[in-house]
Design a protein around this ligand. Structure first.
Ligand code: UD1
Ligand code: CA
Length: 463
């Protein structure tokens, strides 16, 4: 049978991502491809690299933890991705076979879903080298520690003859440091034919996808292995140790990108910034800072150490003091948060505000210039500009069944240790006496007092 040349087909390429394995070595309830590196699941990283390299169509083979993987694929929401199901996990060859009914393009790239640092650049390098008349090309790399990888077996002329899995290697073969990255480019017709020839006659009793290489060689067809650098970009994550080693590498790459873009990192090795987080120029990140999800920091933002900021936007000139926790919230410009403040989801803090130590906010809007300096809980509240919230102010927003709103007018002054029993309103420029429990509306400019009068018993202490 004559196979079409790969270089003629490369414009129409479909990826098959193998993501059905159990990931036994992870010792996890979570499918391996859902483990994360710098906040992004392994399968998301793979799909993004493919998309960026120009591959328009991707089939993900799912099996173990299928529902969870499918949920993740819909969350990622990248177009041109469909799934094929591998009913039982009989090896990488069997997984690839499960995707054949989905293969509509004439050329396929088959790859595992567990290479976290795989970049579009590496894929493009491989794609660019597809120029010779071969039905099969795969990516190899020189591994510092080849343990666990399939070894690339070459004959005396240096031509590839097979890939031999670690468990099937003899002592001599085990010394080979050129290993299989698990990324194969081939024509659809070759894939169909070679996959139907696989058997389970090997140490693991599985259908090895790697055997398509010896199949081609035995048929006298040239197979090319292109050895790609850097090795780290091709390293699979099979265990927690692999995952943490790769996380450290990616974290330091992200730190370098931030520094290249004008961000100061107090200690890059202790700054944890997720993939995709944006940080503006002249911002400063203290040791222990964690920036997660879709967080965006504008220019000149200071984040003191041990703060965690997830899915938040922070305006320029704002200062997040030590050990604060911010989640799904917005902070305006020149605002100070913390130390030890807690912005829970739905908090919207304006410009020139102060949310001080041990202040917790939830689903609350603090308009420009609002100050809540100490020890407060502000939930389901709207606080208008320049109101001052005294220490220990609590919005009693929950009656045991429902949540209720609190409204505080502009330039209102709430005395310390006030309970605002919601639903309740405090007018503009109104005052609340310290220690009050406020259950009724306080009109504009009024003084609200809700506490018992002080009485003194003279001479009460007989000492
Ligand atoms: C595989 C290769 C090895 C290569 C290495 C590169 C084989 C037999 N071995 O080994 O030569 O050096 O990758 O990283 O291919 N999967 C399924 N269904 C299965 C089994 C696996 O979908 O039945 C998926 C896994 O989810 C994973 C990928 O295939 O994403 C690779 O499987 P894995 O078990 O990690 O293979 P390795 O032992 O790393
Ligand atoms: Ca692997």
């Amino acid at each position: 049978m004559a196979y079409q040349r790969l270089d003629h087909l490369i414009m129409k390429i479909q990826a098959i991502v193998l993501a059905a394995g159990m990931g036994t070595r992870m010792k996890s309830y979570l499918p391996k491809v859902l483990h994360r590196v710098c906040g992004q699941s392994l399968v998301e990283r793979t799909i993004r690299a493919l998309k960026e390299s120009g591959v328009a169509k991707t089939t993900v083979v799912v099996g173990s933890g299928r529902e969870q993987v499918e949920l993740e694929l819909s969350r990622i929401g990248i177009g041109g991705v469909d799934t094929a199901v591998q009913e039982s996990q009989n090896g990488t060859g069997d997984a690839a076979k499960s995707a054949l009914p989905n293969l509509t393009e004439e050329t396929a790239v088959i790859l595992p879903g567990d290479i976290p640092l795989l970049s579009a650049d590496v894929l493009k390098t491989a794609i660019a080298s597809i120029k010779t008349e071969v039905p099969l090309l795969f990516v190899s790399f020189k591994a510092e520690n080849p343990k666990g990888f399939g070894r690339v077996i070459r004959d005396n002329n240096g031509s590839v003859v097979a890939i031999c899995e670690e468990k099937d290697c003899n002592d001599e073969q085990r010394k080979i440091d050129e290993v299989n990255a698990g990324i194969y480019f081939c024509s659809k017709s070759f894939l169909e034919e070679s996959l139907s020839s696989l058997n389970t006659d090997n140490a693991q009793g599985e259908y090895y996808l790697t055997d398509i290489v010896s199949y081609a060689c035995e048929k006298g067809l040239a197979v090319e292995a292109i050895c790609v650098e850097p090795a780290i970009a091709l390293q699979g994550a099979n265990s927690r140790k692999d995952l943490s080693a790769l996380e450290i590498v990616r974290r330091s790459q992200i730190a370098e990108m931030l520094m290249d873009n004008g961000v100061t990192l107090e200690d890059p090795s202790q700054t944890y910034v997720d993939e995709g987080v944006k940080v503006g120029k002249d911002s400063w990140l203290g040791a222990g800072t964690r920036l997660k999800g879709s967080t965006i920091l504008a220019d000149n933002v200071v984040v003191e150490g041990n703060s965690i900021i997830e899915n938040c936007t922070i305006g320029s000139g704002s200062h997040i003091k030590i050990s604060s926790s911010l989640e799904d919230s917005e902070v305006g410009e020149n605002t100070a948060i913390g130390p030890c403040a807690h912005l829970r989801p739905g908090s919207k803090i304006g410009n020139n505000c102060k949310v001080g130590n041990f202040v917790e906010t939830k689903k609350s809007v603090l308009h420009d210039g609002v100050k809540a300096g100490h020890l407060s809980y502000l939930g389901d509240a709207e606080i208008f500009p320049e109101a001052n919230i005294g220490a220990g102010t609590i919005t009693c927003n929950y009656d045991g069944t429902n949540k209720h709103k609190t409204q505080i007018g502009k330039k209102a002054f709430i005395g310390s240790n006030t309970c605002l029993v919601a639903p309740v309103e405090v007018g503009d420029k109104a005052y609340i006496g310290a220690g009050s429990t406020i259950t009724k509306k306080v009109p504009d400019r009024a003084l609200g007092l809700g506490r018992s009068r002080q009485t003194n018993k003279e001479g009460w202490n007989k000492d």
